[in-house]
Design a protein around this ligand. Structure first.
Ligand SMILES: Cc1ncc(COP(=O)(O)O)c(C=O)c1O
Length: 443
């Protein structure tokens, strides 16, 4: 049972505390009182250092589309590790991964690799500035786009600081450069008229708008079609760039979110899945823009380097993962996501517990409230008006953890092709137990 102060995980955490702040290098993998330490994994299962087996329903926050240690990905890595780890010259695998990505993403004719989604977003934002000669980037209030200066603005703003609904303040955590805060414009999600007015107010210096079409940080809140249409129209009319952050939402469709939603961005930031489980980021756009920005043969507007950009280990893992993730694999996985979403909705109905299920394809969110959530502020207001909401989220996570299911402590799940319908039914069975364990007043 977790927590167990006699466990190896607890002992490791105690050891970690003396050499890392809070024993941690990555906030999302910490949960109180201590995180579980993992020893090994295979397919959709992970085993912790105390020998407990769980289904991995987070898949390294989306990166592991095929679960753990897929034999084809491992074979490609073993072969590559015996030949070449990294090198200051290009390899053929880089071209192959670029071909696979550009074939798939309708708005991406050319691509350039980096090492994380954070980097990809950072370069995409700089590219929008370089292409337009302007400074300001608009983002959605509450949206997460990685740990980078300008994009750290208004990820978790509090009501005392967030300002009026029709003119949200940019709220920056400590460490963000003031000019980065001031040049980040905040839009409320899904409010067409307010969004349009804000963009027009900043028209003269607006370099771009960045959007995660299935806003992961807002529990996979789907950006509605009218709002997306407005962003496309306004950015085109104002001469600004529309950036899709598909680091997560690439999973929405075989051709990414842009293929699924039928809206073409000017610039796309990618990461996670396309690296087959190794660190990756990528920025893509039509060829003319990519060449103007990056072509090293001369005249490029930007200078972009990186010791590990397109490193051969990541490239071969990415190639293997993307070749495996064909249309049939995508459709089967999306079907598992639908089975989980509809199963959870049915469980909420039969148990009478409050809840809303969100998400698309292989991404599944569960809010333990029926308050309508349309943007960041409505999510925070739901948390404040229902003090037990946070407790229910934690209790659900803890119950799942103690019953063989590892999901995100924030309340969502991301599936892998290593799963079967029986695995989804196992997760649903445990979810029923978690819901029924809620105190009666939650019912
Ligand atoms: C939408 C989105 N953009 C960017 C990032 C940053 O990617 P990375 O963690 O690879 O830096 C994330 C990470 O979760 C993300 O969810």
């Amino acid at each position: 049972m977790y927590p167990d102060h006699q466990s190896r995980s607890h002992a490791l955490y105690e050891r970690a505390l003396s050499v890392m702040p809070g024993g941690n290098s990555r906030n999302t993998v910490y949960f109180p009182p201590y995180p579980v330490y993992i020893d090994r994994a295979e397919g959709c299962r992970v085993w912790d250092v105390d020998g407990v087996e769980r289904i991995d329903c987070i898949n390294n926050y989306s990166a592991l589309i095929h679960g753990h240690c897929h034999p084809q990905i491992v074979a490609a890595l073993r072969e590559q590790a015996g030949k070449l780890l990294s090198v200051a010259l290009p390899t053929e695998a880089e071209i192959r991964l670029a071909e696979l990505v550009t074939e798939r993403m309708p708005g991406v004719e050319q691509v350039r690799f980096a090492n994380s989604g954070t980097e990809a977003v950072m370069i995409a934002v700089m590219a929008a500035r370089a292409a337009t000669g302007r400074n300001k980037i608009a983002k959605i209030e509450g949206a997460y786009h990685g740990s980078y200066d300008a994009m750290s603005v208004s990820v978790y703003p509090t009501p005392d600081l967030w300002g009026p609904e029709d003119a949200p303040e940019g709220v920056a955590p400590a460490g963000v450069y003031e000019a980065a805060r001031a040049s980040t414009i905040i839009l409320p999600a899904n409010n067409v008229e307010v969004g349009r007015a804000i963009l027009r107010r900043h028209a003269d210096d607006l370099a771009g708008v960045i959007i995660d079409p299935l806003c992961k940080n807002l529990g996979f809140l789907q950006v509605d079609g009218e709002f997306l249409k407005m962003l496309r129209e306004e950015t085109s009319a104002l001469g600004a760039k529309l950036i899709f952050d598909e680091v997560y939402s690439f999973r929405m469709g075989y051709n990414g979110a842009q293929g699924e939603l039928g809206v073409l961005p000017d610039i796309t930031a990618m990461g996670k899945v396309i690296g087959g489980g190794l660190p990756i980021g990528a920025i893509g756009a039509p060829g003319k823009l990519m060449e103007a920005l990056f072509d090293p043969r001369g005249g490029a507007k930007m200078s972009h380097g990186g010791t590990f950009n397109a490193n051969p280990m990541t490239m071969v893992a990415g190639v293997a993962a993307m070749e495996l993730y064909d249309r049939a694999a995508h459709d089967r996985l999306a079907g598992l996501g639908e089975r989980l979403r509809s199963g959870l909705r049915e469980l909420l109905r039969v148990t009478g517990r409050p809840g809303t299920v969100t998400g698309a394809a292989s991404m599944v969110g569960l809010f333990h409230t029926e308050e309508p959530i349309k943007d960041y502020r409505s999510a925070v207001k739901a948390m404040m008006s229902e003090p037990s909401l946070g407790q229910r989220t934690e209790a659900f996570f803890r119950h799942m953890l103690n019953n063989g299911v590892y999901m995100a402590s924030q309340g969502f799940m991301v599936l892998s092709t290593a799963m079967t319908e029986a695995d989804i039914d196992f997760i649903l069975d445990k979810a029923e137990g978690a819901l029924r364990a809620f105190p009666a007043e939650a019912a």
